[in-house]
Design a protein. Structure first.
Lengths: 114, 110
């Protein structure tokens, strides 16, 4: 596709449930990033994938959060046993080669925990 | 660890007035990027600055990178309502991922 695609665009779930968010990066982009953005706040880095290197998981807030990426394509962010403080927009971005390259963002998944 | 400060957090201007946001780093940077996020939208890349003292212009937007490569500014001349949004700097400190500033939210009164 032409841009970064994220699904679902909105997700409402009950506290304690698991959720899975999906990101399709721009074709050919080797780097993929996940961010969390709470209402009116900045971007909180979660995790970074670059090619076949070990991902940088330093931003994951707890062991309830995990992410996977298949090769240089789709990534899924999983949040287990969701809490109300997990409510936020989850943004995915990709870039060509990673590091200091400009990032292209998807429209995000708005997650609401009841 | 890397410290980044972006000021102001919020600015409200009348249409036609100028606007400036500043980004300051505690460490020397490899490069800096600027992004704009419209209300309800996602961040969009604006520009990347690499060289010490670099100045780049995009129409009414002027971007500067400090001589010491520790700070940067974005200046908008004669704001328009289309400039409304949050402007983020993103720092490349040589780590694997960029560090985003907290952003400056710009509101333009018509």
């Amino acid at each position: 596709g032409a841009g970064v695609s994220q699904s679902p665009s909105n997700k409402v779930t009950e506290k304690g449930k698991d959720v899975e968010l999906r990101c399709d990066p721009i074709s050919g982009h080797t780097a993929l990033y996940w961010y969390r953005q709470r209402l009116g706040q900045g971007l909180e880095f979660l995790i970074y994938f670059q090619g076949n290197s070990a991902p940088d998981k330093s931003g994951l807030p707890s062991d309830r959060f995990s992410a996977e990426r298949t090769g240089e394509s789709v990534s899924t962010l999983t949040i287990q046993r969701t809490q109300q403080e997990d409510s936020a927009v989850y943004l995915c971005a990709s870039s060509n080669r990673g590091g200091n390259q400009p990032q292209h963002f998807g429209d995000g998944t708005r997650l609401s925990i009841l | 660890g890397q410290q980044v400060m972006q000021i102001p957090q919020y600015q409200h201007v009348q249409e036609g007035e100028d606007f400036t946001t500043y980004c300051n780093s505690s460490t020397t940077l490899s490069n800096i990027q600027w992004y704009k996020q419209r209300p309800g939208g996602h961040p969009v890349f604006l520009i990347q600055l690499v060289k010490s003292g670099e100045v780049k212009k995009q129409k009414r937007l002027t971007f500067q990178f400090g001589e010491a490569k520790k700070n940067s500014s974005l200046h908008i001349t004669a704001t328009q309502t289309t400039d409304v949004g949050t402007y983020f700097c993103a720092l490349d400190t040589g780590r694997r991922a960029l560090t985003f500033g907290s952003g400056t939210r710009l509101q333009v009164q018509p």
